[in-house]
Design a protein around this ligand. Sequence first.
Ligand SMILES: [Zn+2]
Length: 341
Amino acid sequence: MASKTLPAIYLDGQSSKKNEVQVHFDENEIRLIDAEGQLLRQDAYQDLSVEPVLANMHGTIRFSDGAVCEFANGRDLHSVLPESKTRKTFSIIHKLENHLPLVGLALLLVVVSTWGVLKYGVPFAAKAAAYTIPLSWEKTTGEQVLEGMDRALFSESALSSERQKELQAKFSDFTTKIERSYDYEILFRASPKMGANALALPGGTIIITDELVNITKDDREVIAVLAHEIAHIEKRHMMRHMFQDSVTVLLLVLITGDLESATSLVATLPTVMVQMHYSRMFESEADKHGASLLLSQGLKPEWLAIALEHLEQAHEGKGKSRGFLSSHPSTPERVATLRKM
Ligand SMILES: [Zn+2]
């Protein structure tokens, strides 16, 4: 093998003096020649250790007596080293860096497995976790959410107490007969900010706005909307959403390595996309389960379709939070599906 030569800085490990040297790489050993052409040292490859090199970082050879040789370019150093036991100390990272197809494959694996975990693993784990939460914990969470909403969004209902009692009676008549795992209660609130809306809180409380009561033409529409909200509670959607959110962010932090980039636009984009899918899944699930609850009491799912159409009309052209009307799936899509049930 013809000898190859690279310039380097030599530190003898005794003094701090930096010596400029030429390093000759022979078949079994390296030789260090200083600026005056003097042989500084001569070492067999098996007595050296070579540090793995990352990207175009500098290269380092360590001698057994503590002396060090620094090379400007680690890749150049590694390219002149013979296939000896020194080379076997290269890290897998270095090998990967020199094998782009492997890097691509590794990247693809990360993307595919992340996608799989987000799409199937996280929802599965969140669902399992949501069903283990004690009712008292859910109720406390629900009360806290209600407190915040009462401060920010709601005011006292303007519905007459007779009207409230009438709807309460119809609601409890419905809820006592259906198959359920919670005791439900409805609360009436006015909300010019939200407009016509209904919200399910963890623990079994459902809030209905005066605006929603007022846009419906038949109380069976109100019951249908409440059935949809009951379905959200029965299926633990709020808790599942909360777990999924936290776990998704946590996963992205783990993968990207820092919180800042995980919360930046690029990193939150997949989260948003995954969440759109989640909420789409939850809305469809709530429509489906709500419809089955209605059917079990001899009410047509059509009533929910009619309520959705009235809601759509009420929110049209207004900049208010759509809330009950999530944009995915779209209202016509939901109405069409409900009419087929
Ligand atoms: Zn919903």
